[in-house]
Design a protein around this ligand. Structure first.
Ligand code: ATP
Length: 346
């Protein structure tokens, strides 16, 4: 029996969800800690019978455990992602993007980024309105508290490896809104004792896009407002050659800026065309699980999982979507086979 036990809420979805869930459970069983899953069935079959109580149960469980692993869900009547975002009050999204071995890309350099995006406000909460019939305008909101939550979280991510943190916006033009964002980041930097070990710099967002492509090694953690984060996440996905192999964390915070709830998921959808055929690539959900492990304070297991997975991909041991020959569980077993060595080395 392992001494350490963690409870994880998991939100079961549609399509390939069941298969990639089996992969996560097999990996969890191979780790030195014990993982107990509280499963909430968010399959469309079950949601059809009455979705609201299921969402309430999901939030209740994630609030208790502090963490959730969400499998892809089908959007039919409602978007489960949108409902959960609203109920859980997710305000920040953390999207790591790093070069994935074995994935073809036009970009020759390596990148290893943690994009921390404020996921509310900006211009996205307001569709805008017409001014007479000659123009249209929309309101852009930058909320002080959300900036503080995001900044504290971003510094905590940077502190894990004493990395570089760039906050980026158009503060010379959007002086009030982006200016407020940057000034809060500065305040948080001063307030946090470990900030001295982290190099924080402000960068204009347009320049950052160019520099990121020319010198990606100069970037680790990037903290941005909503729209910038939206564009940057897809750009980074394009650089690594895939929008679907990534994972992300949605975060909500308490009034003291501590993470109240973190929900981890894969970037891809339900892939109904390959569901039930053992063809699903578990890479993204295993990356999501690795992020969860890092979040709960098990960096050794988190790193070992990521390294084992990347070793497999580098060796061409992968599923058909990446040109390999393995099925979902064969790849999972290949990952598990490499775990022990990486756990020993870590
Ligand atoms: P949804 O409506 O849930 O977004 P979708 O099929 O429209 O589903 P994705 O699930 O992102 O969108 O799939 C896009 C394509 O990528 C599909 O051909 C799908 O089979 C493939 N795909 C997505 N995820 C995976 C995966 N984990 N492994 C293998 N192929 C995948």
């Amino acid at each position: 029996m392992s001494e350490k036990q963690y409870e994880v809420t998991e939100l079961l979805g549609d399509g390939i969800s069941a298969e990639i869930r089996t992969s996560v459970h097999a990996v969890a069983d191979a780790l030195p800690e014990e993982y107990v899953f509280d499963t909430i069935d968010l399959t469309y079959e079950n949601r059809k019978k009455g979705a609201r109580p299921l969402y309430d149960k999901a939030i209740e469980s994630m609030t208790r455990t502090g963490r959730g692993l969400k499998y892809p869900t089908e959007t039919v009547e409602e978007s489960p992602n949108a409902v959960l975002r609203k109920l859980a009050k997710f305000s920040v999204i953390h999207r790591p993007v790093s070069t994935i071995p074995g994935v073809a890309t036009n970009f020759a350099k390596k990148i290893d980024l943690d994009i921390i995006r404020i996921a509310t406000g900006g211009t996205y909460d307001d569709p805008g309105q017409m001014i007479g019939d000659y123009a249209a305008a929309s309101l852009r909101v930058v909320d002080r508290q959300t900036c503080e939550h995001a900044a504290r979280y971003a510094f905590s991510i940077a502190a894990r490896d004493r990395k570089l943190l760039a906050s980026s916006s158009k503060y010379t033009i959007q002086r009030v809104t982006d200016g407020l964002f940057e000034s809060i980041v500065d305040e948080v930097a001063k307030d946090i004792q470990f900030a001295g070990q982290i190099t924080h710099r402000r960068e204009l967002f347009d320049a950052l896009l160019a520099k990121l492509i020319m010198r990606p090694e100069d970037y680790n953690v990037i903290l941005v407002l909503n729209e910038y984060g939206d564009f940057l996440s897809d750009l980074a996905g394009g650089l690594i050659g895939s929008l679907g192999l990534g994972a992300s964390v949605s975060l909500s915070f308490d009034e003291k800026s501590r993470v109240r709830l973190a929900m981890f998921d894969a970037a891809h959808g339900t892939a109904p065309d390959i569901a039930g055929k053992s063809m699903a690539n578990p890479t993204a959900i295993l990356l999501a699980f690795s992020l969860l492990l890092a979040h709960i304070g098990e960096p050794r297991s988190a790193d070992a999982l990521k390294k084992s997975l990347f070793d497999c991909l580098e060796a061409g041991e992968t599923t058909g979507d990446l040109g390999g020959k393995l099925g979902t569980m064969e790849l999972t077993q290949a990952v598990i086979g490499r775990l022990k060595n990486h756990l020993k080395a870590g």
